[in-house]
Design a protein around this ligand. Structure first.
Ligand code: CU
Length: 494
């Protein structure tokens, strides 16, 4: 028994020494071994295996992942089209495009592919163009080799050496103008074996546009070079137009899916503070490159740059993609929607559980602070003409009502109701007086739209109330009522 044990332990210690030796040999081998040799293989030396035609897709779709396919001689056929399109309702724009869309067709390749690029300039086009792909190592990213007049085709080759998401764009002078008209897109270079699979992939690309008319001014809007030089964009949009990814064009995903967005920024000028309202990016390939950041709220995408963002969808509802330079989102078009279908998870997000009126100062509606002296000063009650009331009422309006109801009584959409052409005001003068004296809360309908905000009671004299209401009733298409101090007094006593 004992001997057996000893023999065993001797054997173990011999084995141990042998193992130590083996480990050190392996460690040595690992430094220079065949596995690492392979990792070090210069992508330029990867041998291609056969020829294939690249699948190109229009946004927001992307071609099938490369998966495990070997490096290929990959033929890309890209056609340039100058086409009129819709920037937003009633606004047309002459887009210059790669493949008929803004952004241009998505190209998907893998490291080691040898791309045979055919750039075709449609005979109906008016201008020469070319292409600069940021995935190219070579002069102009291909621009110098691909410059072509309408009705011509240029062919050049390049080998893709580095994985990542790359912008391509036209680089024909004036370069800024060609880009500003929509000549940009993305080429994805996957590493060998591809990126890890996800459930949904989409193609989203931001761009800024410069038009002679202001945002929304109808008609065919020409490009405005002066605004472009000043970087004073009229439109900042995803996928070439306001609403390209909202409403019926919104992206659709399901709870429990992983989503990967290939996001580019064509510029020409503005960097994007790319953000998803209601979602955290689990992973971001920063700048479209190898470095992966996790749990990102907003990722910076420079003009001529890209990012790959990934997230798991936990709950149903809407995810809103924006440029978080937020006026661009709500006033210039940089807003896209992802509709998420599926079962709620009340632990992760409850939805609205309760709503009530918030009165931090105790019961009743709050009053705007105002000194008793000021109120006293405004008291004398001699007779005023209607014209005088309107005049004096305007001052009261600009001091107390303007912030919410705005200069022309237009209100603030969905928040503060309009006073202009207001059916609510014109239907009942006493109700309007009460709102000024006592405040107003709860849901009301004005011109067919529902509002549910709180108007504070205004600390005004009877005269000021009479004047400001007379001003409001005699402007912006309202029905011209004169409100007197007596009318206000009788409501105050009620
Ligand atoms: Cu061009």
């Amino acid at each position: 028994m004992n001997t057996k044990k000893k023999t065993l332990s001797l054997a173990l210690s011999r084995n141990f020494l042998f193992l130590l030796g083996l480990i050190s040999m392996l460690a040595f081998a690992c430094n220079d071994g065949p596995k690492n040799e392979k990792q070090k293989t210069n992508p330029a030396d990867i041998v291609v295996d056969g020829k294939m035609l690249a699948e190109l897709t229009s946004p927001p779709f992307v071609p099938a992942p490369v998966g495990n396919r070997s490096a290929k001689h990959l033929v890309v056929e890209m056609e340039i089209l100058e086409e009129e399109g819709t920037m937003t309702d009633g606004v047309q724009y002459m887009y210059w495009t790669f493949g008929g869309t803004v952004p241009g067709s998505f190209i998907r390749a893998r490291v080691g592919d040898e791309i045979e690029f055919h750039l075709r300039n449609h005979p109906d086009n008016k201008l020469p163009h070319n292409i600069d792909l940021h995935a190219v190592n070579g002069p102009g990213g291909g621009a110098t080799s691909s410059f072509i007049a309408p009705g011509r085709e240029a062919v050049f080759h390049f080998k893709v050496l580095a994985p990542g998401l790359y912008v391509y764009h036209c680089a024909t002078a004036p370069v800024g103008m060609h880009i500003a008209n929509g000549m940009y897109g993305l080429i994805l270079v996957e590493p060998e074996g591809g990126y890890p699979p996800v459930d949904k992939e989409f193609y989203v690309m931001q761009g800024d546009f410069y038009t002679k008319g202001e945002y929304g001014e109808p008609g065919l809007q020409p490009f405005d070079m002066k605004k472009a030089i000043k970087e004073d964009a009229d439109y900042v949009v995803f996928n070439g137009a306001v609403g390209a990814l909202t409403g019926d064009n919104a992206l659709n995903v399901n709870v429990g899916e992983t989503v990967r967005l290939f996001v580019g920024n064509g510029g020409p000028n503005l960097s994007s503070s790319f953000h998803a309202i209601g979602e955290i990016f689990d992973k971001v390939h920063m700048e479209g490159a190898d470095l992966i950041n996790t749990n990102v709220q907003t990722t910076m995408i420079p003009a001529g740059g890209a990012a790959i963002v990934e997230f798991y969808v936990d709950v149903p509802g809407e995810i809103i993609l924006v440029d978080h330079a937020i006026f661009r989102a709500f006033n210039k078009g940089a807003l896209a929607m992802i509709n998420v279908a599926g079962e709620p998870n009340k632990t992760i997000y409850s939805g609205k559980v309760e709503e009530g009126i918030y009165l931090p100062e105790g019961g009743g509606i709050q009053e705007m602070p105002r000194s008793p002296e000021e109120i006293e000063k405004a008291k004398p009650a001699e007779f005023l003409s209607k014209a005088q009331r309107i005049d004096m009422g305007k001052n009261v309006y600009m001091q107390t009502c303007f912030a919410c109801h705005q200069a022309e009584g237009q209100g603030i959409p969905d928040v503060f109701p309009p006073l202009a052409n207001s059916d609510y005001l014109n239907a009942d003068v006493n109700r309007a007086i009460d709102a000024v004296l006592f405040g107003l809360s709860g849901e009301i309908t004005v011109n067919g739209k529902k509002y549910n905000s709180v108007m504070t009671a205004q600390t005004v004299t009877d005269r000021e109330a009479a004047n400001v209401l007379t001003y409001i009733y005699n402007n912006w298409g309202n029905k011209g009522v004169e409100v007197t101090e007596e009318m206000v007094q009788s409501r105050r006593k009620k």
